[in-house]
Design a protein around this ligand. Structure first.
Ligand SMILES: Nc1ncnc2c1ncn2[C@@H]1O[C@H](COP(=O)(O)OP(=O)(O)OP(=O)(O)O)[C@@H](O)[C@H]1O
Length: 255
């Protein structure tokens, strides 16, 4: 077991927004966190990363949480006047000892993830000058440079075009297979979540509604209830696709 959380509760402005979440993550496992807007996906990831106060228990490896878990936030602040390479090097700061500057190894790791994410040509540009999708890749690069055993991704592909979406998710998948990294990714695209995740955890209004294999969790009745709209689940070439329910009785497409 790489990470285990039990009864996680988070209060924000006196309102409890996570009502006791249990979560388990194996080494090398990809857990997809899904659920409608406001379900608590980002709050859960922030609590796991230690940037939001929570109650409940959390078991992770020994050492400071930042060397165990990297969070790629949904809307990160991009510092003014910092180049892409400097920004990615921020991911290394959790490993730097007191007063130790970055080493050649830190620079090599940063250059490696910059290359793997296709950011070479932007390396010396101010990070604030990047397009939304380029910036998102820089944020992924910073999280990868942290070289933690657990990677938390909050909507990692929301600003990416289809090509880069596939690229970023495959890269994370590759790291998971090569390096045994465990991934928790909050994603709105249910098909994409099902494709990459070993298990899905469906949240609604701060509680877990379902957890299990994608084919179990992506149940049309459960999804329609949680997303408050009629949804169908189709299997297309072994992939699960969730689409709005098309009634066959409306007769709209019949002459
Ligand atoms: N600072 C805050 N103060 C009060 N409530 C908050 C705060 N931040 C978030 N919330 C509330 O907590 C709930 C969970 O929000 P969260 O961002 O975790 O949801 P989410 O599942 O990530 O949603 P989305 O899919 O829209 O990104 C929401 O109802 C939100 O309004």
């Amino acid at each position: 077991m790489r990470l285990r959380a039990a009864g996680l509760r988070v209060r924000l402005r006196r309102t409890e927004v996570l009502h006791g979440i249990d979560l388990e993550l194996d080494a090398g496992e990809w857990l997809g966190v899904i659920g409608p807007n406001g379900a608590g996906k980002s709050t859960l990831l922030k609590a796991l990363a230690g940037v939001l106060r929570h109650t409940g228990t959390l078991e992770i490896g020994a050492g400071p949480r930042a060397t165990q878990i990297a969070l790629m936030p949904q809307a990160p602040l991009l510092p003014d006047g910092m180049s892409v390479v400097e920004y990615v090097l921020l991911g290394r700061t959790v490993h730097l000892g007191w007063l130790r500057g970055e080493t050649r190894r830190d620079r090599r790791i940063a250059a490696d993830v910059i290359g793997r994410l296709g950011l070479d040509e932007f390396a010396d540009r101010p990070v604030t000058s990047l397009s939304g999708g380029e910036a998102q890749r820089a944020v992924v690069a910073r999280a990868l440079a942290q070289q933690t055993r657990v990677l938390l991704l909050d909507e990692p592909t929301s600003a990416l075009d289809l090509g880069h979406q596939a690229e970023v998710l495959s890269l994370v998948d590759e790291l998971r297979r090569q390096d045994g990294i465990s991934v928790i990714a909050a994603m709105h695209d249910l098909g994409s979540a099902a494709r990459h995740a070993d298990r899905l955890q469906l949240l609604a209004a701060g509680s877990t509604e379902a957890v299990g294999a994608p084919s179990q969790v992506l149940d049309p009745a459960v999804l329609s209830r949680v997303y408050r709209t009629p949804l169908d689940v189709h299997r297309l070439d072994d992939e699960l696709v969730v689409l709005p329910h098309r009634s066959t009785t409306t007769g709209r497409n019949t002459p």
